[in-house]
Write a protein that binds this ligand. Structure first.
Ligand SMILES: [Zn+2]
Length: 367
């Protein structure tokens, strides 16, 4: 009997003359709690790629100019909603913390509907030249975040450290924030190291962490181990097999502190395949299929009568843990995960995705 034939939604399919039972699974439509959609003429394509698979996404504010004020936040949300009008899709808006933000600025952004504030250390990643030099100068604004229950999302890297050590070097600052703002909900974004996983596990439940799909499948070998692959270059950079294994263990463990944020970050081919290539991996169209493959491999246990263990753990990571941390209402709609091999296109809108021209075993679609 094929694997997972006991799953909800098991369907009879005919392969040639043989009739075989293959399972497909239904999940609540997932949330992507870390997403880049850019601005301008390409925004609509990127937003629709996400809306085809996700019901909500936390949209990152490091556009140029950044989303740092109420008017810009409202306008950016309007553009995204317009682009995705064919889908039931809700953008969750974040704003970029700016050096001149005070408590009043935070209150105005909270009133405009911001659910999260994003901290970028100066120079850490794409469009962060205007980031924060010293987080402590923003304590009045962070106090206001805590008061308004707006989540603080951290790009947790210290740009002054060696590139592979930047996340680890940042972790004491996370602990300092937790101690100083005990009621503030904080998300350490796109964790990339075993060190970060370990520290997050020692912190109170006010702290969560997002994990991307690409950090679960890539190591530094996939970036520079053979010929340079600029489409695997991102910040924080992918790291060692031990780090990747720690991330996979955290993601597939069911631990509610870890949830999905794709950090899907489209850059057009010419901006990646050049002398100063941009950081970012485009994963929106493939992330769920990639995750399904990872969880199926890493969670071979039997699970309950309704769904295998890997599907239940995937549902927790993709649909439940993040929504619970963000206190979002239940998702409206479902996602079907079908055991259907498909070839990932070489490019979407001139952006080379993760797994370009490779075959994936699972196909995800909203219903
Ligand atoms: Zn990001």
């Amino acid at each position: 009997m094929p694997p997972h034939s006991d799953g909800v939604g098991a369907a009879l399919q005919i392969d040639g003359s043989a009739v075989c039972l293959k399972a497909m699974f239904r999940l609540p439509v997932p949330d992507d709690l870390h997403l880049h959609l850019r601005q301008g003429p390409h925004l609509a394509n990127y937003a629709r790629d996400t809306a085809a698979q996700f019901g909500r996404a936390l949209v990152m504010p490091n556009t140029r100019p950044p989303i740092s004020g109420p008017a810009a936040l409202r306008e950016y949300r309007r553009q995204i909603v317009t682009a995705c009008s064919a889908y039931a899709f809700e953008p969750l808006m974040s704003f970029k913390l700016a050096p001149d933000h005070d408590a009043q600025a935070v209150h105005a952004l909270a009133d405009a509907g911001a659910v999260a504030a994003k901290y970028y250390p100066r120079g850490a990643t794409t469009n962060s030249e205007d980031g924060i030099e010293d987080l402590r100068t923003l304590y009045p604004a962070i106090e206001a975040l805590q008061e308004r229950d707006v989540i603080l999302c951290l790009h947790g890297e210290d740009p002054s450290a060696f590139c592979l050590s930047r996340e680890t070097a940042f972790l004491p600052r996370l602990e300092e924030l937790v101690n100083r703002f005990p009621r503030l909900r904080i998300v350490l974004e796109h964790v990339s190291t075993a060190d970060a996983v370990r520290v997050v596990r020692t912190l109170p439940q006010t702290v969560g962490a997002t994990i991307t799909a690409h950090h679960l499948v890539l190591t530094l070998d996939d970036l520079i181990g053979d010929l340079l692959n600029p489409h695997h270059f991102c910040k924080p950079v992918v790291k060692t097999p031990d780090d990747r294994n720690a991330l996979r263990e955290a993601a597939t463990s069911g631990d509610r502190r870890f949830f999905f944020g794709s950090d899907s970050a489209p850059h057009r081919r010419a901006d990646k395949e050049c002398a100063c290539g941009c950081a970012g991996v485009y994963t929106a169209p493939v992330a769920i299929a990639v995750l399904a493959g990872v969880f199926e491999l890493d969670c071979p246990g039997a699970g309950d009568a309704e769904q295998p263990l890997w599907v239940r753990r995937l549902r927790a990571f993709l649909c439940e843990n993040g929504a619970a941390f963000y206190r979002l209402p239940p998702a409206r709609g479902e996602l079907v995960l079908a055991p259907e091999e498909w070839l990932v296109p070489a490019a979407y809108h001139d952006v080379v995705p993760l797994m370009a021209a490779k075959r994936l075993r699972w196909r995800a679609s909203r219903v």
